[in-house]
Design a protein around this ligand. Structure first.
Ligand SMILES: CC(=O)SCCNC(=O)CCNC(=O)[C@H](O)C(C)(C)COP(=O)(O)OP(=O)(O)OC[C@H]1O[C@@H](n2cnc3c(N)ncnc32)[C@H](O)[C@@H]1OP(=O)(O)O
Length: 404
């Protein structure tokens, strides 16, 4: 319950210095003044500030994005970011007030999906966000590994070019690819400055970005300099590898693996990045998984039909959602020919679950059968959880390559 001394409203230009200061203090960073990259992406009429009297003490913003969902469709989704509360004002309900204002506002505007990257794993389930909607893998591998004999490398030329030359080409490739990959997001002009920002402060001791173009894709990486310890030990930190063809993916990975003076490659990438199966020794590709995007179904009946499903199913779902109570209750979820309909029903439930569990499963990232074993999904009619699990699965692991 929010403290009654608190008020909340959308921001205007005059609020920006205070907004930025609270963000910087909350995230334990430095206040970067007008130069802050975040200022460019924040949509003023979708950013909220909480005030204690006249003092700005809390922030949160919604970015208007599209996400690719199973079936290769684009769904509008609000990207929640910069949730921050000034130290000294915490645990009085400020973040809860921000979350409620966002989600209830989205419901009133007819927006069906919200999503975020969580700074800590224990915060967002209470607001109905599901963990591991997409997961991310930190891959580490030594350079110079051979490919499996079945992997062909073409003679396409790969050119290292300047940022200015690369950016327009990268934009086009990205726009083409993101609509085919579940979990990838649309970008606006300023996303490139934030996601691929390359100021000294963004580099964390590494080099500036290197941009390499292939006729059908690109790779962007930084280098961490390490001394020679009996062989090259510099590290290539890949930021983005985007290809319109599988051939370009093999060519660009080969290009990185053969880079002179480099000893290791690291890359935050999809859990099912095919590189593991492309090299001759798969165990040399080390993978560490982490949660990435958390999805929230703002309106269950409008969100579920946004994606395509893998098999037919007909189940009554009893949904629990105390934060957005319009979702609570029983829904008949029917899939025919890949298309879902969701209608209110008084029929007895086949399966009970909370709205966060549906968020985890929405992109096909977490199996409902696993959530059943985790006591988060309860089956009342035998067979329904298995049928729903298969229906929700997609052809690849969902993956969101950018933090917003
Ligand atoms: C999408 C993003 O932007 S992720 C970034 C989130 N922001 C940060 O991590 C920055 C640093 N942290 C902060 O600014 C604040 O601590 C916030 C935003 C995480 C929480 O703000 P608060 O105003 O303290 O949260 P609020 O008082 O509404 O707490 C609501 C509930 O969440 C719990 N909670 C809040 N923060 C945390 C936390 N870090 N870990 C565990 N539980 C938490 C509270 O205990 C409370 O639980 P209850 O409902 O059972 O009583």
């Amino acid at each position: 319950m929010a403290d009654s001394a608190l008020s909340i409203r959308t921001i205007d230009e005059s609020d920006l210095p205070g907004f930025q200061r609270v963000m910087a203090w909350a995230f334990l960073g430095d206040h970067l003044g007008e130069d802050s990259k975040w200022l460019k992406v924040i949509e003023r009429d979708r950013a909220h500030a909480v005030f204690d009297g006249d003092e700005l003490i809390g922030t949160a913003a919604l970015l208007t994005r599209e996400i690719t969902v199973p079936g290769g469709r684009q769904a509008p989704a609000g990207a929640v970011t910069v949730v921050s509360v000034k130290p000294g004002h915490r645990r009085r309900g400020v973040a809860s007030l921000l979350m409620k204002t966002q989600l209830h506002g989205m419901h009133e505007n007819g927006e069906a999906l919200a999503m975020l990257w969580a700074s800590e794993g224990s915060i967002y389930r209470r607001y109905g966000y599901g963990e591991y909607s997409t997961s991310i893998a930190m891959l580490r591998m030594p350079t110079r590994m051979a490919f499996h004999p079945g992997v062909h490398v073409s003679d396409a030329r790969i050119r290292q070019v300047s940022r200015e030359e690369a950016l327009p080409v990268m934009r086009e490739f990205h726009e083409q690819v993101r609509t085919t990959r579940v979990g990838w997001l649309s970008r606006v002009e300023h996303t490139w400055d934030v996601h691929l920002g390359d100021r000294e402060a963004d580099r964390d001791g590494l080099t500036s970005y290197r941009y390499c173009l292939h006729p059908e894709g690109y790779v962007v990486f930084r280098v961490k300099a390490n001394g020679d310890s009996g062989g090259p030990a510099n590290e290539l930190h890949v930021r983005e590898l985007v290809c319109t063809t599988e051939q370009a993916y093999a060519d660009l990975y080969r290009f990185l693996l053969d880079m002179d003076l480099a000893g290791e490659i690291s890359f935050f990438t999809a859990w099912d990045d095919p590189i593991t199966h492309m090299v001759d020794n798969p165990r040399k590709v080390r993978r560490e998984a982490s949660d990435a995007l958390w999805m929230r179904l703002v309106d269950v009946d409008r969100a579920l039909p946004l994606r395509a499903y893998s098999s037919d199913v007909d189940s009554v779902l009893e949904v629990e959602d105390s934060f957005c109570p319009w979702n609570s209750g029983r829904w008949r979820f029917t899939v025919k020919g890949g298309e879902a309909t969701v209608t209110r029903t008084e029929e007895p439930a086949d399966v009970s679950l909370d709205v966060a569990a549906l968020g985890s499963a929405f992109l096909g990232g977490v199996r409902l059968s696993v959530l059943k074993r985790a006591h988060r999904v309860v089956e009342h009619t035998p067979g329904h959880v298995d049928a729903l699990t298969i229906a929700f699965l997609g052809v690849t692991e969902p993956h969101c390559p950018e933090v917003f």
